[in-house]
Design a protein around this ligand. Structure first.
Ligand SMILES: *Cc1c(COP(=O)(O)O)cnc(C)c1O
Length: 305
């Protein structure tokens, strides 16, 4: 149902890369599909197949008002011929929110709940209450990470050449990181750049890999100093970097995930973390739909295609 076409990648050209003899390439998951963009394409693929297999008519999921996951779930469910329901943290009344407007246009039923109630999103009683209210549904968790999502993200690297020494991805719930960790080769190193503040992610990722029986062939590391203030927070340094990246390479980034990941990799490059001869692949996980809403909220312009 969701068949990825050829996924393009962009080789970056810059004097510093020549000087350090490092190759930097970007795998453009942002271009994998016009509406189901980025890593969400891979995370949703097997979940929607499973929903159809179980004869569900609708899928339900949770997310914030600007969530890439909500946007992508709405689009992917529509393609699969499934009704989608989005339970949104906070108000859904803002008609100008481009994420929610697109989700609605794709046919998603939106239901806003209080931040307090939102914390019940995994409680069986609350889910039962939603089933009473909205009918039976296939549940996709917030952020979309589950075993089937990881089965999907494990396929990402089959779209990339095997010659890379390093791979880098942003981390939110870690479903993408886990799938990549599941598919790296013994000589490869996976760098996960946390979009969240705090060291808790280290334990969380260890547990996630353990839970899904993933023992990476290569080495993995998680970087926690590139959050720029925390989840969905930013610094002017990050915004300037995103503009610089766009002007230098013609690749748009988002400030929540891919901007932080690319910032981290460029910082590590400057600090000579990558030895001469290294070939580094940045996984552009998408998220560009969120740039519109970001500009609306903050007044800060961002590059977009
Ligand atoms: C959802 C998302 C992530 C985080 O993916 P996880 O699998 O939850 O870690 C990273 N980048 C973008 C653009 C996303 O939309």
């Amino acid at each position: 149902m969701l068949h990825p076409p050829h996924i393009p990648s962009t080789l970056l050209k810059h004097p510093l890369l020549d000087q350090l003899k490092v190759e930097l390439e970007v795998l453009r998951l942002d271009q994998v599909h016009p509406t189901v963009s980025g890593n969400k394409f891979f995370k949703l693929k097997y979940n929607l197949e499973e929903a159809l297999k179980q004869n569900h008519r609708q899928v339900l999921t949770f997310g914030g008002a600007y969530s890439n996951h909500i946007y992508a779930t709405a689009a992917a469910a529509k393609l699969a011929g499934l009704q989608s329901i989005g339970i949104i943290r906070g108000e859904v009344s803002d008609e100008n929110n481009p994420t929610l407007r697109s989700a609605k246009d794709a046919g998603m039923v939106l239901k806003g709940i209080s931040r307090e109630l939102y914390r019940s999103k995994t409680h069986p009683e609350y889910l039962e209450q939603l089933r009473q209210e909205l009918g039976e549904f296939y549940l996709i968790p917030e952020g979309g990470t589950n075993a089937l999502a990881i089965q999907g993200t494990t396929e990402i690297l089959s779209h990339a050449a095997a010659h890379f020494s390093h791979l880098a991805t942003p981390i939110g719930t870690g479903g993408t990181f886990a799938g990549l960790a599941n598919s790296i080769l013994p000589q490869q190193e996976l760098l996960g750049i946390s979009a969240l503040k705090g060291e808790g992610i280290q334990e969380e990722m260890k547990l996630l890999l353990q839970t899904h029986g993933i023992q990476p062939q290569g080495s993995v590391s998680i970087w926690t100093q590139y959050h720029h203030g925390g989840y969905a927070k930013w610094t002017s340094e990050l915004i300037e970097f995103i503009h610089w990246f766009w002007e230098s390479f013609g690749i748009p980034l988002d400030p929540i995930y891919t901007g932080k990941m690319a910032f981290a990799c460029w910082d590590l490059l400057q600090k000579k973390y990558f030895n001469p001869g290294s070939r580094v692949l940045l996984i552009h996980t998408g998220g560009l739909q969120g740039n519109l809403g970001f500009t609306q909220r903050t007044g800060i312009e961002l590059p977009s295609l």
